[in-house]
Design a protein around this ligand. Structure first.
Ligand SMILES: O=C(O)CCC(=O)N[C@@H](CCC(=O)O)C(=O)O
Ligand SMILES: [Zn+2]
Length: 345
């Protein structure tokens, strides 16, 4: 296994060759002062040797198996690290979330992994399918990674996705609910430098991976949507150059040279409500080619279910992630209104 990875430098290939689990964990040192630990299939940690580091960075992809651009992006970074092409100065944990779903070319196999974090994997029907078991393990790996360093650390988790539909703002990030904690202008400008200039502030706790890291480890954590979903190999990787460059600077401890916070460079949205499916016959009134962030006026009927109409409540509401095909009880769409900078620091 170790020799296979040393030779190929392709952690995605190793992961896909063993989608359920690896026969054993292993570790080794690269020739350029980097310690590598493989904890499980899709789970690899890189740590600089002999350097005083201060940042713990989690980069996750394939929490949804068919969202391939983030997988290619992360694999590029991992291959560069394994090929000793990067001078790593900070700790990084890469997570390839759902390898069986990558094989399947689907969002998930049994259950949406990104609804199973923050303990949801063990609630109700419990650890009854591979996604629930994987969610629990991913939580344990994040815990191990963040908890093994103490003191004044800067923890980050960028959970990389792509969206099912086209979007009026191609790249955007969901900033998980933070309770009384302020949202970070510096993180927002970091994302803007990555090409992600649209931020959605979530209005309530969720069971997503980014919320888990944000809530439990006070990490600067985001779900980041990098564009529309395409099959593996069909992504235009030039669209992710800025993202890759900024992540490389971050990992290698280089100056980020972030611009000052500037509202003119950003689109800020507040989630005003999450519509959960209540009846099997839930349907939207708009078609599948309506883009994310399309705004509808007050009174407009967005959806119908159980003989009732779901109408826009604010002057305008923009929709994101509409999906009528979720199980009853789950989110069918997020409704957004414009946000200002009042809760930022
Ligand atoms: O395009 C879609 O409908 C879904 C894209 C996606 O996977 N989005 C994430 C967002 C998670 C969050 O709200 O932080 C998801 O639905 O899990
Ligand atoms: Zn996704």
């Amino acid at each position: 296994m170790f020799h296979e990875l040393k030779q190929s430098k392709d952690f995605l290939a190793l992961t896909l060759a063993h989608p359920q689990c690896l026969p054993e964990a292993f570790e080794f040192d690269l020739n350029n002062q980097i310690h590598v630990e493989v904890w499980d299939t899709g789970v690899i940690m890189f740590e600089p040797i002999g350097v005083k580091h201060s940042k713990d960075i989690v980069l996750s992809c394939a929490v949804h198996g068919n969202e391939t651009a983030p997988i290619e992006l992360c694999n590029d970074l991992m291959t560069q690290l394994l090929g000793e092409q990067l001078e790593l100065k900070q700790r990084v944990l890469f997570l390839i979330g759902n390898p069986p779903a990558i094989h399947n070319g689907t969002r998930f196999i049994d259950e949406n992994l990104n609804r199973l974090f923050n303990g949801a994997h063990s609630r109700d029907k419990g650890l009854c399918n591979p996604e629930r078991i994987r969610a629990q393990k991913l939580e344990q790996y994040v815990d191990k990674f963040f908890s093994s360093e103490s003191g004044d650390r800067h923890r980050m988790h960028y959970d990389l996705h792509t969206a099912i539909r086209a979007s009026k703002h191609e790249k955007f990030a969901i900033y998980p609910y933070r309770g009384s904690r302020k949202y970070s202008k510096e993180q927002i400008m970091f994302l803007e430098s990555c090409g992600v200039n649209t931020i959605l502030f979530h209005h309530e706790p969720t069971t997503t991976f980014s919320y888990f890291s944000s809530e439990n480890y006070h990490a600067d954590a985001f779900t980041i949507e990098l564009g529309k979903v395409f099959p593996m190999g069909q992504n235009d990787m030039t669209r992710f150059i800025a993202m890759k460059e900024m992540l490389t600077l971050l990992m290698c401890g280089k100056a980020l040279q972030l611009p000052a916070f500037d509202l003119k460079r950003l689109n800020l949205y507040q989630v005003c409500r999450s519509l959960n499916k209540r009846y099997d016959d839930f349907e939207f009134t708009f078609t599948n080619d309506v883009e994310n962030f399309t705004a509808f006026p007050k009174g407009y009927t967005l959806a119908k279910e159980g003989g009732e109409e779901v109408k826009v409540e604010h002057e305008f509401e923009s929709i994101v992630f509409p999906n009528a095909k979720v199980p009853v009880g789950q989110r069918t769409v997020l409704c957004l209104k414009s946000a200002d900078e009042s809760h930022l620091e």
